[in-house]
Design a protein around this ligand. Structure first.
Ligand SMILES: [Zn+2]
Ligand SMILES: [Zn+2]
Length: 370
């Protein structure tokens, strides 16, 4: 095996299913031709990191997770032209760029999406991290950014401007772009239309902000957590419904008797998906973005779909990261997309505390700073 040049990094390693994160000193390879080495400024904790820790998807262990990184480019491979050392970047998901959906500008539906993001190796199956002679899996979402440094490729690296706080921006690479994109790209409501958002974590609250940007006249937030409903109102929700205090479908029909034009399911719970479909007006569209274990089923009344309603799944907010992330940054600068209100910072060493607070619902979006 050729011995590649490497640098010393610190990273949070998961060694066993559902185990704790361990901060360890590792060696990370320096960039190959199309790769970019990024010194991480901030990295968001996303639900997907935790379900992979729990092996909902069989990501090989030991592994460094983290897929909402932002930072400064430290070095680049010889073929990289998009960014140069010193540039500020957000790291997003990887797509192959060659399959039919990629060629039709829908990289979220890339046929190689799993291999590109969950194999925890390069696409040629080589690995990038080790501890002595032990292989540690990296390349999670082509970055593994729960670390001081991450190795990405040009393709999933998005350049961002210098005049925004860099450590805030990582969540734009996954959770925030998913919620905002589901509204602004996928559902695309016209001004004056109505939307109900089920689940007000970081994805749902990003959707609330996007619905305000889109000019929706009724933005209904549905969540059992009172403090999240309060934040949803602050961010643009016109109505808030606590589903433990009564049937949310009835609550939505009290606000708009014929139902709402759009709903967004952000919880991954089958009963909530059913409620989201049943809250639609005729010809309304329900977007599904909540992740559930493989094999999860949901009963839908066929007649409710018959009358022009539809239900569609949405990955990464149908966004092309190079196009959409700079748009969100611009809206943030204008004060119209204050996603910083979702974020609580932790030190990378405190990752276990950040994860605990996330799982307890105490914080909406934890961002780790190395
Ligand atoms: Zn593809
Ligand atoms: Zn994510």
């Amino acid at each position: 095996m050729p011995s590649e040049a490497s640098i010393g990094v610190k990273a949070a390693v998961i060694r066993e299913k559902s185990g704790e994160f361990h901060i360890e000193d590792l060696c990370l390879e320096t960039p190959r031709r199309d790769e970019v080495l990024v010194r991480i400024a901030g990295v968001g904790v996303c639900h997907t990191d935790l379900v992979c820790r729990d092996q909902y998807f069989p990501v090989p262990l030991p592994c460094v997770f983290g897929h909402e990184g932002s930072g400064i480019v430290e070095s680049v491979g010889e073929s990289v032209t998009k960014v140069k050392p010193g540039d500020r970047v957000v790291l997003s998901y990887l797509s192959c760029g060659e399959c039919e959906p990629c060629l039709e500008h829908s990289p979220g539906y890339c046929h190689e999406l799993y291999g590109c993001n969950f194999a925890a190796t390069r696409r040629d199956a080589s690995t990038t991290l080790r501890k002595g002679s032990e292989v540690i899996h990296g390349n999670f979402f082509n970055q593994s950014s729960f670390a001081t440094h991450a190795l990405a490729t040009e393709k999933n690296t998005v350049k961002v401007p210098d005049d925004v706080p860099l450590d805030l921006l990582g969540p734009l690479g996954c959770g925030v772009q998913t919620g905002a994109g589901a509204v602004m790209n996928s559902l695309n409501p016209r001004p004056g239309m109505s939307i109900a958002i089920f689940g007000c974590g970081s994805v749902g609250l990003a959707a609330v902000m996007a619905a305000k940007v889109a000019g929706c006249s009724q933005i209904i937030a549905v969540d059992p957590n009172a403090s999240r409903l309060e934040l949803a109102r602050e961010l643009g929700a016109t109505h808030a419904i606590d589903p433990t205090q009564g049937d949310p479908i009835e609550g939505i029909h009290q606000i708009r008797p014929t139902g709402v034009h759009y709903t967004l399911e952000c919880t991954g719970i089958p009963e909530v998906l059913r409620q989201a479909v049943d809250s639609l007006t005729l010809t309304g569209v329900c977007g599904l973005i909540g992740v559930s274990p493989v094999g999860t089923e949901c009963a839908i009344d066929m007649n409710s779909i018959m009358f022009g309603r539809s239900l569609r799944g949405i990955i990464e907010g149908d966004s092309v990261p190079d196009v959409f992330i700079p748009r969100l940054v611009e809206l943030y600068k204008q004060g119209r997309f204050p996603f910083d209100k979702l974020i609580t910072f932790y030190k990378l060493e405190d990752i276990n505390k950040a994860v605990e607070h996330t799982e307890q619902g105490k914080v909406i979006k934890a961002v780790l700073r190395p």
